[in-house]
Write a protein that binds this ligand. Structure first.
Ligand code: 3H9
Length: 697
């Protein structure tokens, strides 16, 4: 017989002697205080109820518990804490089973690890993702996970916040059984009945040490892990502290390990990175909240995609769609270029399959979704065509005029331009309302960011489906306005301009790059130019040797592709400072009678970072970005601005806007009008406002 009682977020349903506690707290069943209180109370009652012989913890909606409620993390914890809930579960005199669907993340997996058994659906994923939020699994996860999956696997999961699928969980002992996606509850009930019937033991993870033995015998495993991953952890505080917590699981008894975990957690949250990383988490979830854009629009079908240009960008863009099973037609102007482009794509998929990143079948399926053509008429039936040819307005307008005549009515035409005026490109068509920018970042199949550039003519019917499609291909699509360089390139251009100006005052490219990589960028402006190619927008006919870039290009130092640019490159594309570049710069300054001066770290930061903040304020003033946090999402995901600083706008607030303003005023007095502080910056300083909270919505 089945009885039921509802208690708001957590409801109890009795299936004979098996109790099912079902949590329904949308959107992701976070373990908020209210959920914890209700779970705790219900569990206490069930443990005292002699007619109940086993308890199943399951969730409604799209996922099992997705961890602590991140919004509560900044405040002092309130009882019952997740750790208290976990202790209650683990100490239970009757079996408690976690029935997992969707994701069991962070505190959600810690709770599941405190259960005596775990069953998961085929599509479920488990992970301790706290490190991505700057913290550590503070409810016993660092002590329990290694006891189940072993130290090496636990380090990998905990320090990178990796989520693993149900099959991998089972192979590592993290789940005991797998259920079909549509019958989790039934499978969990069968599982529970068997446990009860066979009087199976209560498996308490805290009592296990078998999987810790290997690391006990070889404690060097921790140092090896640190050394192997030092580059990936650069600048981040949390991974090292997470390693120390896992070390404690090996070196200390369980209860002392828990104490150490708590101590390390407290140490971590005292620093600035958790708040910055948690801000970045929510900033990424703000981007699809667009003022004036209805959220309930009927989805638009995209069943065929066209891409114009099979070069590096076009090929990368095409792969995004082919990888999710959408047919893509690639248009080129010559068979040679087409064959080259398709060959690069094929090799990319084959190499991913050989490295085990995707299966052979997936690689072949994606390749099968691509076809090449030299005839624009083959794009006629596409629902979306993305142009990715070189940056030349006349060429782009010609392509759009032809696309407009060829591609069916109702289709969207997008340009991947990174700087040009999308409205002007749209003016070459009779459907400017359906012409947008889709600015992908290189390599376009890897980089998550896409700036979706909206013109005043675009309707929500064009924008909303594109943003949804961007998400479908796994991107972070940020809606921006039309204007030179849109948001990201316009802001990063300030860094490039100041970097070049610093060369003319005595700095070397590697001095500037080193300061910026020490700051946290993956690359400085000169390494970035070398990677992109110094000859973008440069022509041998027009070059007059007027800039250092001109001279480098004239000497065929055009970047990585020619083996030399600002830097010299070896066969493995490893960069070293170039004596030749140094001489070119020295001669250039001498010819202009400029006496080089020493330029320190602080000045390079001031010159390269603060003008970016100032430019971002102007972007906000002009409404090119919807909100400051969108700029942070763009800078972090498109340019590698250190995520642990939250983003450019968040960083500015941490430094203090008065300081930002004072530096801009100083730069204005030294360098002139271009450094004039933005009106928004002055206003915020006078009002005591916060930049990262600004929104135009
Ligand atoms: C933790 O557990 C600490 C413990 O060790 C205890 C220490 C003492 N809390 O991503 P989506 C919101 S730390 C609050 O678009 P999806 C999100 O903001 C936690 N809110 O959906 C959004 O709100 P809105 C460890 C949360 O389907 C909505 O849910 N856990 C939380 O693409 C939908 O989110 C994690 O790191 C949360 N925990 O992806 C997991 N999670 O609609 C973090 C989400 O208002 N979460 N929201 O914009 C995720 O990775 C993804 O959200 C998830 C769903 C995969 C679950």
């Amino acid at each position: 017989m089945t009885q039921s009682a509802s208690n708001e977020l957590v409801s109890l349903i009795l299936h004979g002697d098996i109790a099912v506690l079902s949590t329904d707290s949308p959107p992701v069943n976070a373990l908020s205080l209210a959920v914890r209180q209700q779970l705790y109370t219900q569990l206490q009652q069930l443990m005292a109820d002699n007619s109940v012989h086993a308890v199943i913890l399951i969730c409604e909606g799209r996922t099992f518990f997705a961890g602590a409620d991140i919004k509560e993390l900044g405040a002092p914890p309130v009882s019952p804490k997740i750790s208290e809930l976990n202790a209650l579960i683990e100490d239970s005199p009757k079996p408690v089973i976690a029935a997992i669907h969707g994701n069991a993340l962070g505190g959600g997996l810690e709770l599941a690890l405190s259960c005596h058994y775990r069953i998961a659906t085929q599509s479920a994923r488990c992970g301790l993702t706290e490190v991505t939020l700057g913290i550590l699994p503070g409810a016993g996860g660092t002590q329990r996970l290694p006891r189940v999956v072993g130290v090496a696997k636990a380090l990998d999961m905990i320090c990178f916040g990796k989520r693993i699928g149900a099959q991998e969980c089972q192979a590592n002992g993290l789940v005991d059984a797998i259920a079909a996606d549509d019958s989790l509850l039934d499978a969990a009930l069968d599982f529970a009945r068997t446990l009860v019937a066979e009087d199976r033991p209560l498996l308490r993870v805290r009592e296990r040490r078998d999987h810790l033995r290997e690391a006990e015998e070889n404690p060097a495993v921790f140092q090896q892990f640190r050394t192997a991953n030092a580059k990936k952890f650069k600048g981040l505080v949390a991974p090292e502290i997470n390693i120390q917590a896992v070390e404690a699981a090996v070196s200390l008894p369980f209860d002392e390990g828990l104490k150490k975990e708590k101590e390390l957690y407290t140490q971590l949250v005292a620093g600035p990175q958790p708040a910055a990383l948690q801000y970045a988490f929510f900033a990424e979830r703000q981007i699809d909240k667009i003022p004036g854009l209805p959220t309930d629009m009927a989805p638009k079908e995209f069943s065929k995609i066209g891409v114009v240009g099979a070069g590096t960008m076009g090929g990368g863009i095409a792969m995004n769609f082919a990888s999710i099973g959408l047919p893509v037609t690639l248009l080129e102007t010559s068979q040679e270029a087409l064959d080259r482009g398709l060959g690069v794509i094929r090799r990319h998929y084959e190499s991913s399959a050989s490295k085990g990143r995707i299966s052979d079948a997936q690689a072949q399926a994606a390749i099968g979704h691509l076809r090449g053509t030299l005839d624009i008429a083959d794009l006629a039936e596409c629902d979306l065509v993305i142009e990715a040819v070189f940056e030349n307005m006349a060429v782009k307008k010609d392509i759009f005029a032809r696309l407009d005549k060829t591609v069916k009515a109702g289709a969207i035409l997008a340009t991947n331009t990174s700087f040009l005026d999308v409205e002007e490109i749209a003016s070459a068509t009779r459907r400017p309302d359906a012409v947008v920018g889709m600015h992908f970042f290189s390599p376009a199949n890897i980089m998550k960011l896409v700036e979706v550039v909206r013109t005043p003519q675009n309707s929500p019917q064009v924008i909303a489906p594109l943003l949804a499609l961007g998400k479908r291909i796994g991107k972070i699509p940020v809606l921006v306005g039309n204007g030179y360089g849109f948001v990201g390139n316009r802001i990063i251009n300030q860094r490039k301009l100041q970097g070049q100006a610093l060369l003319l005052e005595g700095a070397m490219p590697w001095d500037v790059d080193r300061v910026l990589t020490d700051f946290g960028f993956p690359m400085g402006p000169f390494a970035m130019s070398d990677m992109a190619g110094l000859d973008i927008g440069w022509s041998v006919e027009q070059s007059r040797g007027e800039t250092i870039r001109d001279i480098l290009c004239e000497q065929d130092r055009r970047g990585q592709k020619t083996g030399a640019g600002y830097y010299d490159y070896d066969a493995n594309r490893r960069a070293t400072p170039s004596p030749l570049t140094e001489k070119i710069i020295g001669d250039f300054l001498a010819e202009k009678n400029i006496k080089p001066r020493q330029i320190g770290t602080e000045e390079i930061i001031e010159r390269c970072i603060y003008p970016m903040i100032n430019e971002a304020c102007k972007v906000l003033e002009e409404g090119v970005a919807i909100r400051a946090s969108d700029i942070d999402v763009i800078m972090v995901n498109g340019y590698g601005f250190p995520r642990y600083c939250g983003g450019l706008m968040y960083f500015a607030d941490q430094v203090g806007l008065s300081k930002v303003l004072a530096i801009m005023q100083k730069l204005e007095s030294e360098l002139g009008e271009t450094m004039k502080p933005a009106a928004l910056l002055e206003k915020l300083v006078s009002e005591g406002g916060k930049l990262h909270k600004i929104t135009n919505g």
